[in-house]
Write a protein that binds this ligand. Structure first.
Ligand SMILES: NC(=O)c1ccc[n+]([C@@H]2O[C@H](COP(=O)([O-])OP(=O)(O)OC[C@H]3O[C@@H](n4cnc5c(N)ncnc54)[C@H](OP(=O)(O)O)[C@@H]3O)[C@@H](O)[C@H]2O)c1
Length: 347
């Protein structure tokens, strides 16, 4: 099996290459800059994101592409188009909600007709949360609503993540999309208080453009989906750094900082019959976990385990099986059947 990594010269791209090596998968390091790719430690091919034929040649003969070249809102669609043209299955490490929506809106037919599986947002945040939404619906039946909350302590952000924030700052300030009444629309900058697991006090949360708002309704019977993050994070991101300031930072958190980082993703679900349940995913090292998720997803797509088309995690991967696979990497998940949600306070 041969898997290309586009954006292989970047921080996340390097972690994905290391994970491919660990799993014994033959890599191709692809990107726009030969001098930087040469240092990636893998056979490399050069193609700029604007060069369709070049991208198709770079991906030729590969079973799948893992795209790590953010900001994805700028170049992601070109890489998806080229992967489909090359007959390669595709995953990316995007956390950008509008990119994920654009991939579903633009490439569903092309991917299906080409027999290619396309899985945007193969990340620590989107995949476990989307899969857990499926399991909540299996237990509660059709859902009236799901509200997800992301909380991350420690770790810091990579330069690439900061560039993605700067590129999508308008969507972040506006709170992103919600899913309601069968379609997606701007949700407004909702705020609220929620009791997060392991914390004595409630935590202030604010609407945030997370990708699972786009993916969950593709396979879960649900009337309403919204995504939130800790309000303190939203406030920090509200004044993005300038490109010069970002360029002067290290490429991303080092191994010790990554190990000390903790993430908690909470899903509060309400069934159509009023029953409630809470799903929780916890782990450490968002970037390392994303490398594991992106590589394992690409491997499974390349093995022909998913259907053709643009797919949500819950359409491409077995929910319980994949979450349990992540257990070996320190990701823990649970469903509490009778949790009374605090999120009714959100306005
Ligand atoms: N949970 C999540 O949401 C999550 C988790 C992990 C990662 N991510 C996302 O993954 C992305 C990558 O992060 P990172 O830290 O690896 O960034 P990075 O270190 O800046 O690397 C970005 C890579 O993309 C390439 N690239 C950037 N713009 C390009 C363009 N216009 N054309 C071609 N190639 C281009 C860069 O090439 P050069 O080396 O030539 O500059 C580099 O290889 C970010 O968007 C980040 O938010 C999201």
């Amino acid at each position: 099996m041969k898997i290309a990594v586009y954006g292989a010269s970047g921080y996340q791209g390097g972690l994905v290459l290391a994970e491919l090596a660990r799993r014994g998968v033959e890599p191709v390091a692809a990107g726009r800059d030969a001098a930087r790719l040469e240092k990636a430690g893998a056979p490399w091919r050069v193609a700029a994101a604007g060069d369709h034929e070049g991208l198709v040649s770079a991906f030729a003969g590969c079973d799948a592409v893992v795209n790590c070249a953010g900001p994805f809102t700028v170049t992601g669609a070109a890489v998806v188009r080229a992967a489909i043209a090359a007959g390669c299955h595709y995953v990316d490490t995007s956390g950008e909600q509008l990119h994920v929506k654009q991939v579903f809106d633009t490439f569903a037919t092309q991917a299906r007709e080409a027999g290619v599986s396309v899985l945007p947002a193969a990340t620590d945040g989107c995949v476990p949360v989307d899969l857990l939404a499926r399991l909540l619906a299996d237990r509660l039946g059709p859902l009236a609503g799901i509200v997800t909350v992301h909380a991350v302590t420690g770790g810091g952000m990579s330069r690439g993540s900061l560039r993605s924030v700067a590129e999508t700052i308008d969507a972040i300030r506006a709170g992103g999309l919600i899913y309601s009444g069968g379609d997606w629309r701007p949700g407004g900058a909702a705020r609220g208080e929620v009791r997060l697991p392991g914390r004595a006090e409630t935590t202030a949360v604010a609407a945030f453009p997370v990708p699972e708002v786009v993916t969950i309704p593709r396979h879960v019977p649900v009337r309403y989906v919204a995504g939130m993050t800790e309000a303190a994070l939203g406030e920090r991101l509200n004044s993005p750094l300038t490109p010069e300031m970002i360029d002067s930072l290290p490429d991303g958190p080092g191994a010790a900082i990554r190990r000390a980082q903790r993430f908690t993703y909470v899903l509060d679900a309400t069934g159509a019959d009023g029953r409630r349940a809470r799903g929780v995913v916890r782990g450490s090292d968002t970037y390392g976990t994303t490398a594991v998720i992106a590589v394992e997803s690409a491997r499974r797509l390349a093995a022909g385990d998913a259907g053709a088309g643009v797919l949500a995690p819950g359409q491409a991967l077995p929910p319980e099986g994949f979450l349990d696979f992540l257990g070996a990497y320190g990701v823990r998940w649970s469903i509490e059947p009778s949790h009374i949600s605090d999120l009714s306070d959100i306005s």
